[in-house]
Design a protein. Structure first.
Length: 104
């Protein structure tokens, strides 16, 4: 009896390696997209910071608007603040009474 000296070496299947490589590639892509994509974590942090800045700017503009509305009301026909009117005349028109001394 003779034994055969041929041995077969099992090679890994290429299909399995292809699916493994594709799964790793897709996993890396989705991980990258979740962190740095258009709707990723970094973009969400950036949007939150931008919203805080815009809220602060809105509050500052609202305060400024309230101040201007107060000045407008104080100079309206229904309510006239003589001191404010005098201040505006001096500031805008450069009005000075004859008995005043101006120091610059």
């Amino acid at each position: 009896m003779r034994q055969s000296m041929t041995t077969t070496v099992a090679r890994p299947r290429m299909g399995g390696m292809f699916y493994f490589a594709a799964a790793i590639t897709l996993g890396l892509y989705f991980t990258f997209a979740a962190v740095q994509g258009e709707y990723g974590v970094f973009r969400q942090v950036q949007i939150t910071d931008e919203a805080k800045g815009l809220t602060l700017e809105r509050d500052q503009l609202a305060a400024q608007l309230a101040g201007l509305q107060n000045l407008t009301h104080r100079l309206s026909d229904g309510f006239l603040d003589v001191d404010l009117l005098d201040e505006q005349v001096r500031d805008v028109l450069g009005y000075v009474r004859a008995d005043e001394i101006v120091i610059r």
